[in-house]
Design a protein around this ligand. Structure first.
Ligand code: TPP
Ligand code: MG
Length: 345
């Protein structure tokens, strides 16, 4: 198995291209696991594509698209156990689906409805974090707590390339490393922080280089290769459980969708590159790998897609069946002494 290198520069890759680039495999994964990973990716892809449609129909609010991030999310979560904690950013809003959270809960979150807030203990999935990077110290602290209690669990925080410029990222990374907390800092480097390109984000050669300064290993993986992501995360989890502290994983991609439904990237992005990324998108790439292995058939693809579509149909119906929320809730607990404009309004 590949080692976690201190300064691994090449992107780790397992899936080939069916031509010159050979397919690899991950030790310990059976056909059943390979299909579970596929099922998870299709569920996330379906959630994402349906959400964009629901947004256009006015059925959910602004939505942060994660199209082509499915390999990072599904691969990393598959390397965890149920007791391990996940700290998502808005880009991983639907990651709870992989822990059995109903789609209606997440759709309600994007509808701004109170039914969209869950008890993190029910799924070991923390609240979706919208402020950039503020959940990194939370994940580090929770992981440290697990260590103090001599529990086996670890914590993973997902954040973007832009988050690595935020103070809380640095505080969380330093704290996790000094405390040797069983934490995984998973950076989805999609090359953009809204319209800010990576070149304006950092002068470092790679984001994984930042790990060295904190004394933790940094790994770089192809973020569109679900098996490489899985393997790198599994190694990070093993390190965490062995008391060796945190790992920084930089999963590299190029954002192929708008930042969110309110964004028009044609004003700033390299559109040719986007088209190229779309042709090599992660679900199709994994599907072709599984077909080359003879693990996936047309019937199975249809069945898995059909199941995911049904989850979404049921999810939006349940979210829309929620009674309307009381607008007063917005102000409850917000003020000890409400200003007159609110009190008398
Ligand atoms: C503390 C904070 N500052 C600014 C913002 C506004 N904002 C929302 S998304 C975003 C870009 C983040 O980019 P990145 O970390 O690369 O994540 P990505 O959206 O690419 O997944 C910014 C600056 C915010 N949400 N929180
Ligand atoms: Mg980004």
């Amino acid at each position: 198995m590949a080692q976690v290198l201190r300064d691994e520069r090449e992107l780790r890759r397992v899936i080939g291209d069916g031509e010159g680039l050979p397919d690899g495999e991950v030790e310990g994964l059976e056909d059943r696991d390979l299909l579970e990973l596929y099922r998870a990716m299709v569920l996330l892809r379906t959630y994402d594509e349906r959400s964009v449609v629901y947004h256009r129909q006015g059925r959910i609010g602004t939505y942060a698209i994660f199209w082509n991030h499915e390999a990072m999310q599904a691969g990393a979560v598959y390397a965890l156990e149920r007791d391990d904690w996940i700290f998502p950013s808005y880009r991983e809003s639907a990651i709870g689906l992989l822990r059995g959270m109903p789609a209606s809960t997440i759709l309600s979150w994007w509808r701004g409805h109170p039914a969209g807030w869950w008890n993190p203990l029910d799924y070991n999935v923390a609240s979706i974090c919208v402020p950039i990077g503020t959940h990194v110290p939370h994940a580090a602290g929770l992981a440290w707590g697990k260590k103090l209690r001599a529990e086996r669990a670890c914590a993973i925080a997902f954040f973007g390339d832009g988050a690595t410029s935020e103070g809380s990222f640095h505080e969380g990374a330093n704290f996790a490393a000094v405390m040797r907390a069983p934490a995984i800092l998973f950076c989805n480097n999609n090359g953009w922080a809204i319209s800010t390109p990576l070149s304006a984000q950092t002068a470092a050669e790679t984001l994984a280089d930042k790990a060295v300064g904190y004394g933790m290993p940094g790994v770089r993986v192809d973020g569109l290769d679900v098996l490489a992501v899985y393997e790198a995360t599994r190694e990070a989890v093993e390190r965490a459980r062995a008391g060796k502290g945190p790992t920084f994983i930089e999963a590299v991609s190029y954002r192929a969708a708008p930042h969110a439904t309110a964004d028009d990237p044609s004003a700033y992005i390299d559109l040719e590159r986007v088209e190229e990324e779309k042709r090599n998108e992660c679900v199709g790439r994994y599907e072709r790998y599984l077909r080359r292995l003879g693990v996936l058939t047309d019937e199975l693809v249809e069945e898995i897609r059909g199941e995911a579509q049904e989850v979404m149909r049921a999810g939006i119906a349940a979210a829309e069946a929620e009674p309307e929320a009381d607008p007063e809730l917005i102000f409850e607990n917000a003020y000890v002494d409400p200003p007159p404009s609110l009190r008398d309004g």
